[in-house]
Design a binder for this molecule. Sequence first.
Ligand SMILES: Cc1cc2nc3c(=O)[nH]c(=O)nc-3n(C[C@H](O)[C@H](O)[C@H](O)COP(=O)(O)OP(=O)(O)OC[C@H]3O[C@@H](n4cnc5c(N)ncnc54)[C@H](O)[C@@H]3O)c2cc1C
Length: 382
Amino acid sequence: MGLMIEGILSKYFTVYTQKEVLEKYSIDYGYLSPILSSLRKIPKALIKIRNEEELKTLMDLVNEYNFPIIPRGNGTNTLGETIPIKDDSVIVDTTEFKGFENKGTYIITKPGTEFNDIGIENLPVVPTSFNIATIGGYVAGGSLGFGSLRYGAVWDNVREVTVYTPRGRYTLKGSNVYSVVQAAGTTGIISEIKINALRRPRKVSVARRSFNSLKEAIDKALELIDSAEFISIRNKAMASVIEPYYSWGNWNLIYGINEPDLDTSIPLKEIVTTFAGAYFTVVNKTKVNYASMDITLDELEKLEGIKCLIDAELAKSRNKYFSHTYFLNYTYLPNLNSSKFDLHSFRVNDRVEDDRLKKMISFKKLVDPEDLLNPGKLVTDS
Ligand SMILES: Cc1cc2nc3c(=O)[nH]c(=O)nc-3n(C[C@H](O)[C@H](O)[C@H](O)COP(=O)(O)OP(=O)(O)OC[C@H]3O[C@@H](n4cnc5c(N)ncnc54)[C@H](O)[C@@H]3O)c2cc1C
């Protein structure tokens, strides 16, 4: 069957099958996790789509010939979301499917557009990988980012999303976007996104405060929570690895406030230490083990005394504050009433809350019952 698919695709697309190309597209930033990188299979072929017509042609072929495809942006996700785990996958590169329009209060964009094309000052939430990621990859695979404390998660800001699936084209609105956002391309290839827009100052002032106890740091964070642009709480070990040139206390707050004229203000583009940015940079440098948990703010104080590097990034999702928390070089994790966010699992099921997951699964059953879109990543029979 393999050869046949390449032959069929080559009638409509340039098909890349060179060994080096397939090697490169078999891995993403999930290489960080030995568990994820050990699962990868070499894909059958790579194609690139540039517009809706090509996407429609591709989906007609998938529907007719039943071959697995994996949509891909720049491959900067750290969760193995674009790593093929089934044989004979075709990688579908969307990075040349570009273009956007800024309408003031919202932006309409194609998936391959990059953050620097749109300008990060125009978007409510951006990943700290904004220099290297596509907006389609972020909407399909991302969760939080710079801006999440004030404006919520990616799924809070996507107003509409259009996807192509083996069963046709769908435009989803309101809470129906949950079927696609963070579903890792398992429920359709995104052709268009309508996302909230705003205009923020190009600079933000960053402050650093040290405390003896975690409780003091949390109390100060709660004081700032409604006015800050971002808040990170880091213990000494974590803060010292990320910014070695400061002298840190037991617990530290690093936060941004919207006062662009202060001496401490720096361009937005230099704020790259939050969310995945911090853990990725530190783990890449130190090769230690890592995990993350989403913890409610009233449980956060229980992290006092745990011996490892801790980074608590405060965020909001669907109007609730919580801490997206990273643990590096740990021997045990606290037993808290937290929600799952497994950094070593390729399964969407291991990082999405139940109600959003339900929406993904029921849409998946409708549009892709054969599991051809990023197969194996969304488990529907749990
Ligand atoms: C240094 C660093 C910092 C990061 N910071 C953050 C952060 O702050 N917040 C955060 O959430 N993440 C962060 N990430 C991970 C993040 O999810 C990605 O950087 C980004 O969202 C992925 O964009 P990409 O274009 O590389 O997508 P890829 O990695 O190529 O793809 C991501 C997922 O989207 C799917 N996909 C891609 N394009 C489409 C499409 N057109 N239609 C359907 N599905 C598609 C893929 O199949 C995959 O499942 C960070 C990563 C790094 C390395």
